[in-house]
Design a protein around this ligand. Structure first.
Ligand SMILES: [Ca+2]
Length: 311
């Protein structure tokens, strides 16, 4: 199991991360600053962007941050740590819930539900409606799961959901900038993975291996909840192991093509050092199944949107 293997090197990684934080600390504060452009109430500075409803979204200011991780214990695909500059953008404060996903299913036209799977009007698979039911012709979450994250969507299905609301998937760089909350440490709370219990649902505090209601743990400085754990979050980028070695310094969009995409942040199934952190990259490849037909019950989505005047 990947998680167990990685746990074995936990102590070594911790020492490394402490060193790494000291190196990066000269460039960017280790303590999370208060995000710019956010009202005191926690509400976005501009609650509406045209037709896009940015309620429960955080406005991440334009800025430069250090993406990835260096060092002997850093995953190969997280190297090298490199500076990235991004325009401002909005990103959801919470993982998309089953209740919100049902709004989409009930509003979207010409969706098909066949043999337990959802398809769009072109016949492309959207996902599997785990924890959802049809009631009187309408989709609804199973009782008690309304605020749990939607899971088991394909990459295409995640993007179609976002598009329905005038939004999009975040790029991988946007996800990491938002996740870090201004920090350069392995986690936005520092470099001690033992603190993860206060910030995310991972296999150490989730022995039942199930999703939890979003927003129950402590947020980061940008106001994002469940960045670590609960469910993995898919991003728009194709995956390439060596992408960080040659990615653009400004607004990287990922490789031009690929076979699989990237997902970030770990899930209830993984450990602090096996995905539930700010730096680790995981592909959507599992086994030999084509990505277009593969879904997983610990994969979810967090959507993003362009900020006014930024694109
Ligand atoms: Ca998550």
């Amino acid at each position: 199991m990947q998680s167990m293997k990685t746990l074995a090197s936990a102590a070594q990684m911790l020492v490394f991360l402490l060193t790494c934080g000291a190196i990066f600390g000269a460039e960017e504060s280790k303590t999370a600053p208060k995000p710019e452009g956010e009202a005191k109430s926690g509400a976005p500075a501009e609650p509406k962007t045209g037709k896009v409803d940015t309620t429960d979204m955080a406005l991440i200011p334009a800025g430069t941050f250090v993406m990835g991780l260096d060092g002997p214990t850093a995953p190969a695909n997280s190297k090298p740590a490199h500076k990235v500059t991004l325009r401002a953008f909005y990103i959801d404060k919470y993982e998309v819930t089953k209740a919100k996903y049902c709004v989409y299913l009930n509003e979207a036209k010409n969706l098909k539900f066949e043999k337990g799977l959802l398809y769009d009007e072109q016949g492309k698979m959207l996902g599997r409606p785990d924890g959802l039911k049809q009631d009187g012709g309408k989709w609804a979450p199973l009782a008690g799961l309304e605020k749990h994250p939607v899971v088991s969507l394909t990459w295409h299905g995640s993007g179609q959901f976002a598009k329905h609301f005038g939004k999009r998937l975040p790029t991988e760089a946007e996800w990491e900038r938002a996740a870090r909350g201004g920090t350069t440490t392995g986690w936005y709370f520092g470099d001690d993975p033992k603190q993860l219990d206060d910030y995310g649902w991972h296999h150490g505090n989730c022995p039942e291996l199930k999703t939890h209601e979003v927003g129950l743990k402590k947020p980061n400085a940008f106001g994002l909840y469940d960045v670590y754990g609960n469910v993995y979050e898919v991003v728009s980028d194709w995956y390439a192991e060596d992408y960080y070695a040659h990615s653009p310094a400004e607004n990287p969009q990922g490789p031009e093509k690929g076979e699989y995409h990237v997902r970030r942040g770990g899930s209830y199934y993984y450990a602090a050092l096996a995905g539930c952190n700010s730096y680790q990259r995981v592909t959507t490849k599992i086994g030999n199944e084509p990505e277009a037909t593969f879904v997983d019950s610990n994969w979810g989505v967090r959507t993003a949107a362009d900020a006014p005047g930024e694109k």
